[in-house]
Design a protein around this ligand. Structure first.
Ligand SMILES: [Zn+2]
Ligand SMILES: [Zn+2]
Length: 463
């Protein structure tokens, strides 16, 4: 009897195990079917591990349709803490990025976001990026209060449920730590599918299919409806300048430029320190962190709502002002004024941050963020080094005759070396040349290291 009972319980156990196995195998379909009716609980179980699978190539059509999934969120906290607050999801009508290069080979950016197929757990999309929040964390204000900065992540629109992860590089360890982790089901009816607000778009440079070209969306800021002829001319002038500077000039056939005519109520831009307030499209403002020339916006949702009119890779805001200034964040957005005598070089410098993840090579300016770089590690930017692991940077481009570090003396003007000073610090961080477009407005061009990084980024978007 005891023996029989044992046999029976083994049988029941086996049947139950089989049922559970079948249930687990059909789970993704189950989640998808359910979520059409109910609010999708996207929480990721603690036991779920990530299989990076970066070595496997991702076939676009297996996982995506050629539209954009946009995830809006906030990076919030203070000098010591950081949290991601989810805001909303949107479907945009185009996908401007590569259909071949979906996972990020560069490992640039203080942050990154990734998408994993929820069934195979394969990494199917990743992008590094930077934020205004990371700069603010180093200010005195961040020691006294908490603040939230709007952010936006874009990826091709998935066919099936994905696991969406936002990570940040730890200042102490340089390893990525998860800030946000959710399943996203593409059939979720809380992904906003409203029509975009249509705006007039002029394709000011057309080289071909957005899937294998770099697509740059120029957004009008501080231009009224009556100012649009000026905007088109400004956009053309800045496009022409970009395309005249190495290494862009050798790759002009890889670029599409769009000028999106988003009219503002008023002309100009807000300058709080001069008591000038102008009602513009995306509410750009000088005096970011109380620096008179630092021009940014906190309204990134509006930037992307406007950009959704075109298939974009890079979003760049042209600000209708003659004041000197701009700002740029890797894989986020960049902006510059258009009418200052230095606007062209400012624009291409900010575009260097935004498009290619280049660091500032200057070190003697008013811009100092306390503890922005941890000198124990190599910074992620391609054009600065802490000499912790110089081999991973431009060491092979330095001639054996050039001493490392290299003295900033006239003899080495125009020589690639390792010059102390860069990344806002005069000590402990080194840059590739005495001068570069990423260092000063007087530089005649980008240094060879920056040129090389820009070329690699162009290639990434054009395969
Ligand atoms: Zn800069
Ligand atoms: Zn450089």
């Amino acid at each position: 009897m005891v023996f029989l009972q044992k046999l029976l319980s083994v049988k029941i156990f086996k049947t139950a195990a089989l049922l559970i196995a079948i249930l687990l195998l059909t789970m993704p379909c189950f989640i998808q079917a359910q979520s059409n009716k109910i609010l999708f609980d996207g929480s990721v179980p603690q036991s779920q591990t990530i299989v990076t699978g970066a070595e496997r190539s991702v076939v676009f059509d297996d996982f995506y349709i050629a539209k954009t999934l946009r995830v809006d969120y906030f990076l919030a906290g203070d000098a010591h803490s950081e949290i991601v607050y989810f805001s909303q999801m949107k479907q945009e009508p185009f996908w401007g990025g590569s259909h071949k290069n979906l996972t990020d080979p560069f490992a640039y950016g203080t942050y990154r976001y990734s998408a994993y197929d929820s069934v195979s757990r394969q990494l199917i999309f990743s992008r590094g990026f930077s934020s205004l929040f990371q700069e603010w964390k180093g200010t005195d204000e961040a020691k006294k209060m908490k603040r939230a900065f709007p952010m936006t992540a874009v990826l091709p629109f998935p066919k099936n449920t994905i696991r969406f992860v936002i990570e940040k590089r730890s200042f102490e360890t340089n390893d990525f730590e998860i800030l946000f982790d959710r399943f996203i089901n593409p059939t979720d009816y809380f992904i906003n599918r409203e029509n975009i607000h249509p705006l007039k778009v002029t394709k000011i440079k057309d080289s071909g299919d957005p899937a294998d070209h770099v697509d740059i969306a120029f957004i009008a800021e501080g231009y009224t409806a009556g100012d649009m002829e000026k905007f088109r001319n400004d956009a053309q002038r800045i496009c022409d300048y970009f395309m005249s500077v190495e290494p862009y000039s050798g790759n002009t056939g890889h670029f599409n430029f769009y000028a999106i005519e988003a009219p503002s109520d008023e002309t100009g831009v807000t300058i709080p320190g001069k008591d000038i307030f102008v009602n513009t499209n995306i509410h750009s403002s000088f005096y970011t962190f109380d620096m008179d020339r630092y021009l940014t916006t906190f309204d990134t949702k509006s930037i992307y709502d406007i950009a959704a009119n075109v298939p974009y890779d890079v979003v760049f805001v042209l600000v209708n002002s003659e004041r000197y200034g701009g700002g740029g964040f890797y894989n986020h957005y960049g902006q510059s004024t258009v009418d200052n005598q230095l606007s062209l070089v400012v624009a291409i410098h900010e575009f260097g941050h935004t498009f290619a993840g280049l660091a500032d090579e200057y070190y003697n300016a008013e811009v100092t963020y306390s503890g922005y770089y941890n000198l124990k590690f190599e910074p992620w930017e391609p054009n600065i080094t802490t000499n912790v692991n110089f081999e991973t940077k431009w060491k092979k481009m330095v001639s054996p005759d050039t001493p490392i570090p290299t003295a900033r003396v006239p003899k080495y003007t125009g020589t690639i070396g390792m010059f102390e000073g860069g990344g806002y610090l005069s000590k402990g961080i080194y840059s590739p040349m005495m001068d570069c477009r990423m260092k000063s407005n007087e530089a005649s061009e980008f240094c060879p290291v920056c040129k090389d990084a820009i070329k690699k980024m162009i290639q990434f978007y054009c395969e």
